[in-house]
Each structure stands twice: as structure tokens, then as C-alpha cells.
Design a binder for this molecule. Sequence first.
Ligand SMILES: [Zn+2]
Length: 132
Amino acid sequence: MASRVPLVDHLVLEPEPRLRSAVCGTCEADFLTRRNACASCGGTDFGERTWGTDGTVVAFTIVHRAAPGVPVPFVSAIVRLQDGPIVQSNLVDVEPDPAHIVLGMPVRLRTFVAGTDDNGVEAVAYGFAPLD
Ligand SMILES: [Zn+2]
């Protein structure tokens, strides 16, 4: 079985895919990316918090131009997780057409293999897919 690594630090793969934030030990502000200091209070002591997989779409755009090699069009969205933070991510498993995307649409975290290196190690990325 190929080993797998998350493409970004805030994606946890085991025991099941989840997003993880750094939580300020002073004011409890959440940040999905690593920080040296809290943007809210300046604190430097951080813990971790792991979030649920479900959320809703609060904004989206259809992207038609991207760097070479990036397939377009795709849907870039802002997703509010059911139990917490707001995440910018792509929507997956949906037609990149406004007729198929509704604000408030329920979505669930979905991982996929973004690439594989010469040793067979898979880089795992995430997006959010509509719930059926
Ligand atoms: Zn803080």
C-alpha cells in the first residue's frame, strides 16, 4: 500500500480525514495555518482543534483562468464548517456551473490524490463535495 501525506499541514488523514486548526491558548482564536503569534491577541501559545467534515457553501466563484497545468474551470468556494471556522477550498464532484451550486448548499470534506512521487508516495489534497 502506498504511503500518503497531506498536501497541507491542516489536513489530518488518520484515523479519518479532518481539518485541524491551531487554537490560541489565550483567546481561543482558530487559524488553519501555522502562526508564530495570534492575529487577534498576539499570544504565542497554541493548541490544536480538529473539526467535523460537514459545512455549507457561503460564497463561490467559477475560476476560468489558472496557472499552466491547472484544469479549468473549477469552483473556488468559502465553506462554513458546521462546528466552527470558515474555510476557503474548491468544490469537487460538482459541475462548475452556477446552475449546480446554491448558497447554503450542504457539503462534506472529500480528499483526493493530487499527485504521486517517484517512490509511490501520494500527496492528498481536499475539497468539499455536495451532499446528495
Ligand atoms: Zn489569541
